[in-house]
Each structure stands twice: as structure tokens, then as C-alpha cells.
Design a protein around this ligand. Sequence first.
Ligand code: KG4
Ligand code: ZN
Length: 337
Amino acid sequence: MKILGIETSCDECSASIVEDGRRILSNVVATQIELHKPYSGVVPEIASRLHTEWIMTVVKDSFKQASLNMYDIDGIAVTSRPGLVGSLLVGLSFAKGLALALNKPFIAVDHIRAHLYAPYLEYDISYPYLGVLVSGGHTVISKVTEFDEMDVIGTTIDDACGEAFDKVAKHYGLGYPGGIAIDKLSEKGNPGAFDFPNPSLHKGDHRYDVSYSGLKTAVINQLDQFWNGKDEKSNKNIAASFQRAAVNILMLRIKRALKDTGLTRVVAGGGVVANSLLRKELLALKNVETLIPSMSLCTDNGAMIGGLGFHYLERGIESDFSVNASARVQAFRKKYP
Ligand code: KG4
Ligand code: ZN
């Protein structure tokens, strides 16, 4: 089965054709980064308007790259949640219209599950595993037992991890997108230059939850007094110390969840998994099989949508045309253990 995957939840306008949930025949990603750069963050209205302008070309290019015509596909998958509603609606409405015109089945998929599906496009993975989704909008630790069975055991109680990277970078004018800029600056910075807090959420239901707003505020407040925007060295040290602390927060919960659940496999996805330190730490986990996507499949892309969509459509599971977009994460949190 060849599935067209469409992704417009944030600032990447992407379409991809994936065969049998594994083989990427095309993956076109048109990024809006340059157009949001002047604002140091994604402006929702600009994002949705750009998706409206770009989507037709992006989808057509995905067919061209795969050397297929529109009738060659067996179904259409599209992100319906979570994300910026205006942006999601562009992809969702486009997918519905195309499905109707081609008389093909259509499925709306969850962006968080799709990020965790991304490594399946490159590796053979078995269940169960500890799913670690770290992006600009979400930080979710989950126990995944099937392609659509996911018990969320930890989330952020405030800012998402990528959001903290973006906000710290914005505050110090380090560059945009913040995560990439901080990662690069950190290469030559001293991670021990500043000692930032690691919030101790460790009781009861919060055992695997993370918090980034305290770290973000500490970095911004404490360092303003030391900071001199013209001093390259202090920028590098801020970046490296913050990155070290941000990764520590996450790794502590991951290790705790692995120990408690007895899981021996970690599958990670999302834009922040492109971070060099986080990748290193995840791959260094002892007695654990770690699977992380290559860089281009960490950030938003249509391939992870088409790949995941295949599993629903293969089982005859389709979405109703009344399905709507939602900004929220699906309520699939369970207490664990
Ligand atoms: O998954 P994604 O493309 O979009 C969302 O679903 O949010 O993730 C984007 C996030 C941004 O916050 C960006 O700063 C972060 O991923 N990011 C990184 C790196 N590359 C992208 N964060 C840390 N280090 C990186 N190398
Ligand atoms: Zn994403």
C-alpha cells in the first residue's frame, strides 16, 4: 500500500509517499523557518497562510519525486492533532478534499504517535518500548505496546523541552530556531560554567514528569547580570550549561522510567532528538536498545504520518470526514506503574 502523508501542524509544510509503512518513496519538507525568523518564533497566522499557499505544490512535488500519479496511492493520512489549529486545518481540509476527489480512504493521525513512529522508517523495532517524544510543543514519556497503544506516564507540567531551548535562545538573541542555535553554540562552550537547577519532581503521579519553566527562568534571570551580548564566550557557556541541564532533566526521568517499568528498549523522536548531547546520552544508556531517527526524520515530516497511517488503513480503520483539528494532546495518560 502506498500512503500519502500530509503534515502541517506547525511550520513545516510536508508531504510524503510511504510504501507499506516502511519505504519512503518521497518526502518533501518545505520549511517556513526563514519567514518566522524575524519574530524569533512561529507566528500562527503566518504559518497557516503559508501552508495554504504551499500545500498544493508540496503535495504535487511528493508525487513527482516518487514518480507516481495521484491515482497510484491507496490512501491519505494527515495530522489532525496536536498543533496550531489554523495550520492543522489547512492540511486536514486539503487531505479530505483530495480523498473525496480520488475516492481513496483517509485517516487522521496523532502527531505525537507519528514522531515515535519515525524510527520505524529506518529500523526494525519490536514492542514494547519506552517512547520519548521531545519537540517544540511537547515532552511525553510513554509506554508503547502497539502502534496505537500508548500509555503516557510523564509529560511536562509547564514548558516543552524544545520551547525552553527556543525561549532561552530568543532571550539572549542566540539565533533561530533556538534548539539548533544552542546546540551549535554549545560545541565550544563550557557546560560546567553555570550550575542550573534540576527541578525535583519525583513523587507520586509526577515521577516521570518534567518541568522546564524553572530552568528557563533561572537561565534568563540569573544570567542577565553576567551577560554581555557581544561576548561570544559567555554566549557559548550559557548555551552549553543550559543544554547540559535540559538534557539532565530528561535523562533522569528516562532512567527512572526504564528502571521502574523494566523496559529495555527506548524509541525517541521529535525535533529535540536532533540535539547532539541528547542523542549521545540516549545512545549511551546501558543494557538498553536505543532507536532514534536520523536528523531529517526527527523534525516534522510527512513520512512519519504516511508511515503510521498505513497501519490504520491496512486494518480498514478510516476517519470520518467530520474529524476536526485539535490543539491538544489526546487524553491517553495512565498512572504507571
Ligand atoms: O518536532 P518539531 O520539528 O516540531 C514540533 O512538533 O514541535 O520540533 C521543533 C523543536 C524546536 O523547539 C527546535 O528548537 C527543536 O525542536 N530542535 C532542537 C534541535 N533541533 C531542533 N533542539 C535542540 N537541539 C537541536 N539540535
Ligand atoms: Zn513535531
